[in-house]
Design a protein around this ligand. Structure first.
Ligand code: MN
Ligand code: MN
Length: 469
């Protein structure tokens, strides 16, 4: 009997020493840590409610940075250790930095998240009337399952730039007293043909039309009077005419606030977790920096969801140019800095959904509540589009997370050859920066309401804070 107990004990010890231990995050945290996690997520929910477009997130982030002592930096302006600076590219992308005590030539510690999210953009000529209803034509932005975007309350956020140089802000559908909008769908009674379509074609791109009005302009004659009445209201409210839509960026997004999800309030259901769920922890981590050893830098970029092209996306030179200007005032060259730099590409990954678990390799998938997820590589098929971090760099980050008691996991975006996706990691790695993906697992990614676990959000913050401390 005693011998058996001894053997069992030895087996347990050998297992503990040699095998990976996996455990739910909540079982690895005490009540105080869970309270800190929940408190952190209150700030995150406010961040979500204040930023549903890249412009709004950039503006909100800048307000937070300025409150925290950051100032808008101009190239050529000298910097010293402890300085808190930021730049903003065209109102849609932000780079912020806390200057470290070591020379810049020793490299930076960079976090990079994106602040654009999938949505319905208004077309350039969006307004029309059909069957005495007024509607907006849209063009979807990012990879969406179109059928998910019908029959839910929608808001409209964005800007209209007029020929006189003024820019009108539009933000309607979020207040309880605001009207909302929606994309309609066919009733099941008459959907016999529609339901034969594939899921991808269930709602087609040209069927994502937003209902915006139904009463005519007060006139006995004339056509398109409902459209005219809507334009009259828009003119009275915003001072715009129909041709002003030609130079507008109006984004139709799910209306409403971020909410706790589950009886235990352990999760958050909201629009736009991808990728504000990494942007907010990364922002907070940078704001925590006093004077780090290595200069800490944060990128909040635009256009990731459509491939990072365009002058506010990370394939443009704006980040490189900022670093070049910073290197110049620090008496070094940008390529010297990059070669010594490290980056956490802060973007979401897919969490295992029990209803659709067979798309994952269960041994290499991310789970809700198991902490922030580090992915050595992303991509599709044979790692196409991935930057594949080096073993040495992954080991460094592993050690950092362990030393700082960050709850973390690894994962891949689904089974090999079942699909895939990339992040901005590749573009930063292409600058000769050591880069690895570290982000929050998400359920229902790219849906109007995405789901994350509060523990994972908090652990993303802890990971970024440890990295830039
Ligand atoms: Mn993303
Ligand atoms: Mn995405």
């Amino acid at each position: 009997m005693a011998q058996e107990t001894e053997a069992a004990k030895q087996l347990a010890e050998t297992k503990k020493a040699l095998l990976m231990q996996k455990k739910h995050g909540a079982q690895r945290m005490d009540a105080e840590q869970i309270a800190a996690c929940d408190a952190f997520c209150e700030g995150y929910k406010a961040f979500l409610d204040n930023g549903k477009t890249e412009r709004e997130v950039a503006q909100y982030a800048i307000a937070q940075l300025e409150q925290d002592g950051f100032h808008r930096w101009n190239p050529g302006e000298p910097v010293q250790a402890g300085d808190r600076i930021y730049i903003c590219n065209r109102g849609k992308a932000v780079v912020a930095a806390v200057i470290g005590s070591e020379p810049l030539a020793n490299g930076i510690r960079l976090t990079a998240a994106h602040i654009d999210s999938p949505r319905l953009d208004l077309k350039q000529s969006p307004l029309y009337e059909d069957k005495e209803l007024a509607l907006f034509k849209t063009h979807y932005y990012g990879g969406i399952k179109k059928y998910q975007w019908t029959t839910i309350p929608m808001a409209i956020h964005g800007v209209v730039a007029k020929c006189d140089g003024t820019v009108v802000n539009i933000h309607v559908g979020e207040q309880d007293t605001d009207p909302i909008f929606c994309v309609t769908d066919l009733l099941p009674h008459l959907a016999t043909e529609q339901v034969q379509r594939t899921l991808a074609q269930g709602i087609k791109g040209e069927e994502l039309n937003v209902l915006i009005g139904s009463r005519p302009y007060d006139s006995e004659e004339g056509s398109d009077l409902v459209k005219l009445q809507i334009m009259k209201i828009l003119n009275e409210t915003y001072g715009i005419t129909e041709s002003d839509f030609l130079s507008a960026e109006l984004e139709v997004v799910p209306a409403g606030k971020a909410r706790d999800l589950g009886f235990d309030r352990s999760m958050i259901g909201a629009y736009g977790h991808d990728d504000r769920v990494c942007a907010y922890p990364a922002l907070r981590a940078l704001m925590d920096c006093k004077t780090p050893a290595k200069t800490a830098v944060l990128i909040l970029t635009d256009k990731e969801e459509i491939g990072s092209d365009g002058n506010t996306g990370l394939c443009s030179s704006y980040f490189h140019d900022f670093m070049k200007d910073l290197a110049t005032v620090c008496g070094t060259t940008v390529h010297t800095v990059f070669a010594q730099s490290q980056c956490l590409s802060a973007d979401v990954t897919a969490a295992v959904d029990p209803t659709f678990a067979d798309v994952n390799d269960p041994r290499n998938a991310a789970y809700l509540n198991y902490g922030v997820c580090m992915m050595k590589y992303t991509g599709a098929r044979g790692k196409s589009g991935s930057s594949d971090a080096s073993a040495e760099f992954v080991a460094e980050i592993r050690a950092l997370l362990e030393q700082n008691e960050v709850i973390w996991q690894t994962g891949e975006l689904g089974k090999v050859d079942i699909g895939g996706g990339g992040t901005v990691a590749a573009y930063l790695a292409n600058l000769n920066i050591d880069t690895v993906d570290v982000g929050v697992p998400v359920l229902s990614m790219h849906a109007p309401m995405e789901v994350v676990s509060k523990i994972d959000v908090y652990m993303a913050y802890r990971a970024f804070a440890a990295f830039q401390a």
